[in-house]
Write a protein that binds this ligand. Structure first.
Ligand SMILES: [Zn+2]
Ligand SMILES: [Zn+2]
Length: 306
């Protein structure tokens, strides 16, 4: 072996990743095992999946949701009598969605997982491209609201007891900061997993401790890496600015994203049972749980004149 190739800190194989915050080199086998262990541990400590759960995985066909489905499928034997189903939302984004939908279909077929598709056109009467025309700058917030609704409807139709999404550590750390920047403490501490009203399907995020970079590495090591198109609307998003800011911090101070998550969890615990975390009502129009008089979907429909 060449002397300058780092060796895995746990065996004698050449390393493929360096975990900066732990000052540790890992080979492909040990890195894969580490990711699988951390996902299983997140699920266990946060009690995300329990016996007899029917877990609907939001499968866009992109990197995060592909990794999520693969990881849950791999860990499935640990939880007896738990079932996985995949749900794909087709927003109707030309030149972007077709390829990821195809990738989602191929993956579920290969893993033998029940797959449901639900489209914006079927649910809201128009594709996202049509709904957004003239409102491109609000693309991510409008799409986010409608996609969340579509996933909940899909999960309900499939009889799911949990809805799992592929949000990774980067997404979650960005959301923490964005909610703070906006002064939205209610959204910062809102956690549907902790809701005890039984009004909606709990959402779980098993990849919330795995970074975007680690997910990409995991997919490459497991031969499922594919370059997929990026959503054309992300160029309008505030998230993009926050993302580049946090990556700068993470580079200079490894572990920053995990610390942000710990701060959020502490705030969440302090707010539990307080006014801020318990302001859930039913929407006047559709009956969905919401924090005001109307839910976000009905508010949006009203503003779009639908
Ligand atoms: Zn190793
Ligand atoms: Zn509503």
């Amino acid at each position: 072996m060449q002397p300058d190739v780092p060796v895995c800190s746990l065996c004698t194989e050449p390393a493929v990743v360096y975990q900066r915050s732990l000052n540790r080199h890992l080979c492909g086998t040990h890195f894969t095992a580490d990711v699988e262990f951390r996902v299983a541990d997140t699920i266990k400590t946060q009690q995300m999946i329990v016996r007899q759960d029917r877990v609907a995985v939001a499968l866009s066909g992109g990197k995060d949701s592909t990794a999520l489905l693969l990881l849950l499928h791999h860990l499935l034997p640990v939880w007896e009598d738990v079932r996985l189903i995949a749900i794909t939302v087709d927003e109707g984004i030309e030149g972007y969605r077709e390829e990821t939908v195809r990738s989602a279909e191929q993956l579920t077929r290969r893993l033998g997982i029940e797959h449901h598709s639900i489209s914006f056109t079927a649910l809201f009467g128009d594709s996202l491209d049509v709904i957004l025309s003239g409102r491109e700058t609000q693309a991510c917030s409008i799409c986010g609201i409608l996609r969340k609704k579509a996933l909940v409807v899909g999960a309900q139709l499939a009889g799911a007891t949990k809805l799992a999404t592929g949000h990774n550590l980067d997404d979650e750390a960005q959301s923490v900061l964005m909610n703070i920047f906006r002064g939205d403490l209610q959204r910062l501490v809102r956690n549907s997993r902790l809701d005890s009203s039984g009004k909606f399907i709990p959402r779980i995020k098993p990849l919330s401790r795995i970074s975007e970079k680690e997910i990409a590495t995991y997919l490459m090591l497991n031969d499922v890496w594919r370059e997929l198109p990026e959503c054309p609307y992300t160029r309008y998003a505030l998230r993009r600015e926050v993302r580049s800011m946090i990556s700068g911090f993470e580079y200079k101070h490894p572990g920053t994203m995990l610390q942000l998550m710990k701060s959020k969890e502490k705030i969440e615990r302090y707010c539990k049972g307080s006014m801020i975390s318990e302001a859930l009502h039913s929407c006047r129009e559709c009956g969905d749980p919401c924090s005001g008089d109307l839910c976000q979907v009905c508010l949006l429909r009203q503003s779009l004149g639908k």
